[in-house]
Design a protein around this ligand. Structure first.
Ligand code: T6T
Length: 315
Protein backbone atom coordinates (compact mmCIF):
# COMPACT_ATOMS: atom_id res chain seq x y z
CA UNK A 1 0.00 0.00 0.00
CA UNK A 2 2.89 2.36 0.83
CA UNK A 3 4.29 1.89 -2.68
CA UNK A 4 0.92 2.60 -4.23
CA UNK A 5 0.54 5.83 -2.27
CA UNK A 6 4.03 6.92 -3.30
CA UNK A 7 3.42 6.18 -6.98
CA UNK A 8 0.04 7.89 -6.90
CA UNK A 9 1.71 10.98 -5.51
CA UNK A 10 4.20 11.02 -8.39
CA UNK A 11 1.86 10.18 -11.24
CA UNK A 12 -1.29 11.72 -12.62
CA UNK A 13 -4.01 9.12 -12.34
CA UNK A 14 -4.89 5.87 -10.70
CA UNK A 15 -2.26 3.30 -9.85
CA UNK A 16 -3.10 -0.27 -10.78
CA UNK A 17 -1.66 -3.75 -10.10
CA UNK A 18 1.14 -3.26 -12.59
CA UNK A 19 2.11 0.08 -11.09
CA UNK A 20 1.18 2.14 -14.16
CA UNK A 21 -1.09 5.17 -14.15
CA UNK A 22 -4.32 4.93 -16.12
CA UNK A 23 -2.82 7.25 -18.76
CA UNK A 24 0.16 4.91 -19.12
CA UNK A 25 -2.08 1.83 -19.20
CA UNK A 26 -4.05 3.32 -22.10
CA UNK A 27 -0.83 3.18 -24.11
CA UNK A 28 0.18 -0.30 -22.96
CA UNK A 29 0.00 -3.36 -25.18
CA UNK A 30 0.93 -6.85 -23.96
CA UNK A 31 2.05 -9.71 -26.20
CA UNK A 32 1.47 -13.26 -24.96
CA UNK A 33 3.14 -15.59 -27.50
CA UNK A 34 2.83 -19.38 -27.64
CA UNK A 35 6.10 -20.09 -25.89
CA UNK A 36 9.21 -18.29 -24.66
CA UNK A 37 12.60 -18.13 -26.39
CA UNK A 38 11.50 -19.46 -29.77
CA UNK A 39 12.79 -17.70 -32.91
CA UNK A 40 9.30 -17.49 -34.50
CA UNK A 41 7.86 -15.58 -31.53
CA UNK A 42 11.05 -13.59 -30.94
CA UNK A 43 10.83 -12.31 -34.53
CA UNK A 44 7.14 -11.52 -33.99
CA UNK A 45 8.02 -9.62 -30.81
CA UNK A 46 10.70 -7.63 -32.65
CA UNK A 47 8.17 -6.52 -35.28
CA UNK A 48 5.57 -5.69 -32.64
CA UNK A 49 7.98 -3.76 -30.43
CA UNK A 50 9.28 -1.60 -33.27
CA UNK A 51 5.75 -0.75 -34.41
CA UNK A 52 4.55 0.03 -30.87
CA UNK A 53 7.44 2.42 -30.36
CA UNK A 54 6.73 4.10 -33.69
CA UNK A 55 3.07 4.63 -32.76
CA UNK A 56 3.80 5.91 -29.23
CA UNK A 57 2.78 2.77 -27.31
CA UNK A 58 4.71 0.43 -25.02
CA UNK A 59 4.80 -3.32 -25.62
CA UNK A 60 5.65 -5.82 -22.94
CA UNK A 61 5.88 -9.57 -23.49
CA UNK A 62 4.81 -12.30 -21.10
CA UNK A 63 5.62 -15.75 -22.48
CA UNK A 64 4.73 -19.19 -21.09
CA UNK A 65 7.63 -21.57 -20.46
CA UNK A 66 6.10 -24.25 -22.68
CA UNK A 67 3.59 -24.34 -25.55
CA UNK A 68 0.82 -25.35 -23.19
CA UNK A 69 -2.70 -24.00 -22.66
CA UNK A 70 -2.56 -24.26 -18.84
CA UNK A 71 0.72 -22.33 -18.70
CA UNK A 72 -0.57 -19.73 -21.14
CA UNK A 73 -3.78 -19.38 -19.10
CA UNK A 74 -1.64 -18.46 -16.07
CA UNK A 75 -0.04 -15.67 -18.10
CA UNK A 76 -3.44 -14.39 -19.23
CA UNK A 77 -4.85 -14.52 -15.69
CA UNK A 78 -1.77 -12.71 -14.37
CA UNK A 79 -2.83 -9.61 -16.33
CA UNK A 80 -4.99 -9.10 -13.25
CA UNK A 81 -7.42 -6.36 -12.57
CA UNK A 82 -5.25 -3.72 -14.25
CA UNK A 83 -4.76 -5.18 -17.71
CA UNK A 84 -3.17 -3.47 -20.73
CA UNK A 85 -5.28 -1.55 -23.24
CA UNK A 86 -4.77 -4.29 -25.83
CA UNK A 87 -3.62 -7.89 -25.76
CA UNK A 88 -1.84 -9.52 -28.69
CA UNK A 89 -2.10 -13.25 -28.12
CA UNK A 90 -1.26 -16.48 -29.97
CA UNK A 91 -3.79 -18.90 -28.39
CA UNK A 92 -2.07 -22.27 -27.89
CA UNK A 93 -5.40 -24.08 -28.00
CA UNK A 94 -8.32 -23.06 -30.19
CA UNK A 95 -10.93 -23.88 -27.52
CA UNK A 96 -9.20 -24.16 -24.11
CA UNK A 97 -7.97 -20.55 -24.34
CA UNK A 98 -11.46 -19.16 -25.01
CA UNK A 99 -12.57 -18.65 -21.38
CA UNK A 100 -9.42 -16.91 -20.10
CA UNK A 101 -9.26 -14.61 -23.14
CA UNK A 102 -12.98 -13.84 -22.86
CA UNK A 103 -12.39 -12.89 -19.23
CA UNK A 104 -9.77 -10.31 -20.26
CA UNK A 105 -11.97 -9.03 -23.11
CA UNK A 106 -14.79 -8.49 -20.63
CA UNK A 107 -12.64 -5.83 -18.95
CA UNK A 108 -12.61 -3.81 -22.16
CA UNK A 109 -9.23 -5.02 -23.41
CA UNK A 110 -8.92 -5.15 -27.22
CA UNK A 111 -7.97 -8.67 -28.29
CA UNK A 112 -5.80 -9.25 -31.36
CA UNK A 113 -4.90 -12.81 -32.37
CA UNK A 114 -1.44 -13.22 -33.82
CA UNK A 115 -0.54 -16.49 -35.61
CA UNK A 116 -2.94 -18.98 -34.00
CA UNK A 117 -6.64 -18.27 -33.42
CA UNK A 118 -9.62 -19.40 -31.37
CA UNK A 119 -12.42 -21.31 -33.06
CA UNK A 120 -14.82 -18.74 -31.64
CA UNK A 121 -14.41 -15.72 -33.88
CA UNK A 122 -16.45 -13.36 -31.69
CA UNK A 123 -13.75 -12.49 -29.13
CA UNK A 124 -10.92 -10.95 -31.15
CA UNK A 125 -11.15 -7.64 -32.99
CA UNK A 126 -8.60 -8.82 -35.53
CA UNK A 127 -6.57 -11.94 -36.42
CA UNK A 128 -3.28 -11.90 -38.29
CA UNK A 129 -1.84 -15.18 -39.54
CA UNK A 130 -0.13 -16.85 -42.47
CA UNK A 131 -2.49 -18.78 -44.74
CA UNK A 132 -1.80 -22.15 -43.12
CA UNK A 133 -3.88 -24.18 -45.58
CA UNK A 134 -2.00 -22.64 -48.46
CA UNK A 135 1.29 -23.31 -46.63
CA UNK A 136 0.43 -27.01 -46.43
CA UNK A 137 -0.46 -27.01 -50.13
CA UNK A 138 2.85 -25.33 -50.98
CA UNK A 139 4.68 -28.03 -49.01
CA UNK A 140 2.86 -30.82 -50.91
CA UNK A 141 3.63 -29.21 -54.29
CA UNK A 142 7.28 -28.80 -53.33
CA UNK A 143 7.52 -32.41 -52.21
CA UNK A 144 5.88 -33.65 -55.41
CA UNK A 145 8.44 -31.72 -57.45
CA UNK A 146 11.32 -33.18 -55.45
CA UNK A 147 9.94 -36.71 -55.75
CA UNK A 148 9.83 -36.20 -59.54
CA UNK A 149 7.31 -38.97 -60.18
CA UNK A 150 8.93 -41.46 -57.78
CA UNK A 151 6.31 -43.44 -55.82
CA UNK A 152 6.19 -43.74 -52.07
CA UNK A 153 4.65 -42.76 -48.75
CA UNK A 154 4.70 -39.40 -47.02
CA UNK A 155 4.48 -38.72 -43.29
CA UNK A 156 3.08 -35.52 -41.73
CA UNK A 157 4.27 -34.39 -38.29
CA UNK A 158 1.75 -32.11 -36.57
CA UNK A 159 2.10 -30.50 -33.13
CA UNK A 160 -0.98 -30.76 -30.86
CA UNK A 161 -4.68 -31.17 -31.75
CA UNK A 162 -6.18 -27.71 -31.19
CA UNK A 163 -3.25 -25.70 -32.61
CA UNK A 164 -5.14 -23.88 -35.37
CA UNK A 165 -2.11 -23.18 -37.57
CA UNK A 166 -0.29 -26.51 -37.70
CA UNK A 167 -3.58 -28.46 -37.87
CA UNK A 168 -4.56 -26.44 -40.96
CA UNK A 169 -1.10 -26.91 -42.51
CA UNK A 170 -1.40 -30.67 -42.09
CA UNK A 171 -4.92 -30.70 -43.56
CA UNK A 172 -3.90 -28.49 -46.49
CA UNK A 173 -0.97 -30.79 -47.19
CA UNK A 174 -3.04 -33.98 -47.07
CA UNK A 175 -5.65 -32.49 -49.42
CA UNK A 176 -3.10 -31.33 -51.95
CA UNK A 177 -1.25 -34.66 -51.81
CA UNK A 178 -4.31 -36.31 -53.38
CA UNK A 179 -3.36 -34.52 -56.62
CA UNK A 180 -0.21 -36.65 -56.86
CA UNK A 181 -1.16 -40.33 -57.34
CA UNK A 182 2.48 -41.42 -56.94
CA UNK A 183 2.51 -40.09 -53.37
CA UNK A 184 0.54 -41.87 -50.66
CA UNK A 185 -0.23 -40.49 -47.21
CA UNK A 186 1.32 -42.36 -44.29
CA UNK A 187 -0.92 -40.32 -41.97
CA UNK A 188 -0.57 -37.43 -39.55
CA UNK A 189 1.31 -37.94 -36.28
CA UNK A 190 1.01 -35.58 -33.30
CA UNK A 191 4.23 -34.74 -31.45
CA UNK A 192 3.04 -32.45 -28.62
CA UNK A 193 5.31 -29.84 -30.26
CA UNK A 194 8.33 -31.66 -28.75
CA UNK A 195 11.32 -32.25 -31.06
CA UNK A 196 12.14 -35.49 -29.17
CA UNK A 197 8.69 -36.90 -29.96
CA UNK A 198 9.02 -35.87 -33.61
CA UNK A 199 12.40 -37.64 -33.78
CA UNK A 200 10.97 -40.88 -32.39
CA UNK A 201 7.94 -40.75 -34.71
CA UNK A 202 10.36 -40.53 -37.63
CA UNK A 203 12.42 -43.45 -36.31
CA UNK A 204 9.23 -45.53 -36.01
CA UNK A 205 7.98 -44.50 -39.47
CA UNK A 206 11.29 -45.41 -41.11
CA UNK A 207 10.98 -48.89 -39.58
CA UNK A 208 7.29 -49.42 -40.41
CA UNK A 209 7.16 -47.72 -43.83
CA UNK A 210 10.04 -48.87 -46.04
CA UNK A 211 8.80 -46.79 -49.01
CA UNK A 212 8.88 -43.49 -47.07
CA UNK A 213 9.97 -40.81 -49.56
CA UNK A 214 9.03 -37.65 -47.73
CA UNK A 215 8.17 -35.94 -44.45
CA UNK A 216 6.26 -32.70 -43.96
CA UNK A 217 7.07 -31.14 -40.60
CA UNK A 218 4.41 -28.52 -39.83
CA UNK A 219 6.56 -26.23 -37.67
CA UNK A 220 10.08 -25.65 -36.48
CA UNK A 221 9.96 -28.06 -33.51
CA UNK A 222 8.64 -30.96 -35.57
CA UNK A 223 11.22 -30.10 -38.27
CA UNK A 224 14.13 -30.03 -35.89
CA UNK A 225 13.01 -33.37 -34.43
CA UNK A 226 12.52 -34.92 -37.88
CA UNK A 227 16.03 -33.87 -38.89
CA UNK A 228 17.39 -35.60 -35.77
CA UNK A 229 15.40 -38.75 -36.59
CA UNK A 230 16.77 -38.85 -40.14
CA UNK A 231 20.32 -38.19 -38.93
CA UNK A 232 20.10 -40.99 -36.36
CA UNK A 233 18.92 -43.45 -39.03
CA UNK A 234 21.50 -42.34 -41.62
CA UNK A 235 18.65 -41.32 -43.96
CA UNK A 236 19.48 -37.64 -44.47
CA UNK A 237 18.89 -36.73 -48.12
CA UNK A 238 17.26 -40.09 -48.89
CA UNK A 239 13.92 -39.05 -47.43
CA UNK A 240 12.90 -35.52 -48.48
CA UNK A 241 12.19 -33.29 -45.49
CA UNK A 242 9.99 -30.22 -46.03
CA UNK A 243 9.99 -27.98 -42.98
CA UNK A 244 7.85 -25.03 -41.96
CA UNK A 245 9.40 -21.84 -40.49
CA UNK A 246 12.99 -20.67 -40.81
CA UNK A 247 14.70 -20.96 -37.42
CA UNK A 248 18.51 -20.70 -37.33
CA UNK A 249 18.73 -24.48 -36.89
CA UNK A 250 16.37 -25.15 -39.82
CA UNK A 251 18.28 -22.73 -42.03
CA UNK A 252 21.53 -24.50 -41.18
CA UNK A 253 19.80 -27.82 -41.91
CA UNK A 254 18.69 -26.53 -45.32
CA UNK A 255 22.25 -25.50 -46.11
CA UNK A 256 23.70 -28.87 -45.11
CA UNK A 257 21.06 -30.97 -46.89
CA UNK A 258 18.93 -32.18 -43.96
CA UNK A 259 15.94 -30.27 -45.31
CA UNK A 260 15.11 -29.97 -49.01
CA UNK A 261 12.79 -26.98 -48.53
CA UNK A 262 11.39 -24.65 -45.88
CA UNK A 263 8.11 -22.76 -45.98
CA UNK A 264 9.02 -19.56 -44.14
CA UNK A 265 6.50 -17.30 -42.48
CA UNK A 266 6.90 -13.58 -41.81
CA UNK A 267 6.46 -13.34 -38.03
CA UNK A 268 7.83 -9.78 -37.80
CA UNK A 269 5.07 -8.61 -40.13
CA UNK A 270 2.49 -10.52 -38.08
CA UNK A 271 3.70 -8.67 -34.96
CA UNK A 272 3.81 -5.32 -36.74
CA UNK A 273 0.30 -5.69 -38.16
CA UNK A 274 -0.96 -6.96 -34.80
CA UNK A 275 0.12 -3.71 -33.15
CA UNK A 276 -1.32 -1.63 -36.00
CA UNK A 277 -4.71 -3.32 -35.58
CA UNK A 278 -4.58 -2.96 -31.78
CA UNK A 279 -3.86 0.75 -32.07
CA UNK A 280 -6.60 1.22 -34.68
CA UNK A 281 -9.07 -0.50 -32.33
CA UNK A 282 -7.95 1.64 -29.39
CA UNK A 283 -8.14 4.87 -31.36
CA UNK A 284 -11.53 4.14 -32.90
CA UNK A 285 -10.15 3.76 -36.44
CA UNK A 286 -11.21 1.05 -38.91
CA UNK A 287 -9.98 -2.41 -37.97
CA UNK A 288 -9.47 -5.29 -40.44
CA UNK A 289 -10.96 -8.52 -39.05
CA UNK A 290 -8.58 -10.91 -40.86
CA UNK A 291 -5.14 -10.25 -42.29
CA UNK A 292 -2.93 -12.76 -44.08
CA UNK A 293 0.85 -12.55 -43.86
CA UNK A 294 2.98 -13.82 -46.75
CA UNK A 295 4.70 -17.21 -47.00
CA UNK A 296 7.93 -18.00 -48.86
CA UNK A 297 9.16 -21.34 -50.17
CA UNK A 298 12.93 -21.51 -49.66
CA UNK A 299 15.31 -24.10 -51.08
CA UNK A 300 19.09 -24.40 -50.94
CA UNK A 301 19.30 -22.78 -54.38
CA UNK A 302 17.45 -19.60 -53.46
CA UNK A 303 18.30 -19.34 -49.75
CA UNK A 304 20.94 -16.63 -50.06
CA UNK A 305 18.46 -14.34 -51.81
CA UNK A 306 15.87 -14.99 -49.08
CA UNK A 307 17.89 -14.23 -45.96
CA UNK A 308 15.47 -11.50 -44.90
CA UNK A 309 12.96 -14.26 -44.04
CA UNK A 310 15.27 -16.09 -41.62
CA UNK A 311 14.01 -15.85 -38.04
CA UNK A 312 15.89 -13.97 -35.34
CA UNK A 313 17.08 -14.97 -31.90
CA UNK A 314 17.11 -11.39 -30.65
CA UNK A 315 15.94 -8.00 -31.98
O1 T6T B 1 5.09 -22.39 -36.69
C1 T6T B 1 5.08 -21.48 -35.63
C2 T6T B 1 3.67 -21.00 -35.42
O2 T6T B 1 3.14 -20.49 -36.62
C3 T6T B 1 2.79 -22.16 -34.92
O3 T6T B 1 1.51 -21.69 -34.65
C4 T6T B 1 3.38 -22.84 -33.72
O4 T6T B 1 4.71 -23.20 -33.99
C5 T6T B 1 5.60 -22.14 -34.37
O5 T6T B 1 5.68 -21.23 -33.32
C6 T6T B 1 6.99 -22.67 -34.60
O6 T6T B 1 7.42 -23.48 -33.58
Amino acid sequence: AATAVLLAACGSGQVGDSGGTSAENNKRITLIPGVQAEPFYISMQCGAQAEAQKLGYTLDTSAPQKFDAAMQTEKVNALGSNPPAALLIAPTDDTAMLAPIQQVASRGVKIIEVDTALQDTSVAQSSISSDSTQGGQMAADTLAQLAAGKSGSVLVLDTIAGTSTTNARAAGFEDQLKKYPNLKSAGIQFTQNEPEQAASKVTAALASTPDLVGIFATNLNTGEGAATGLRNAGKVGQVNLIGFDASPSEVEGLRNGEYQALIAQDPATIGQQGVQQAVAALEGKPVTRNLTAPLHSITKDNMDANQQYFYKQSC
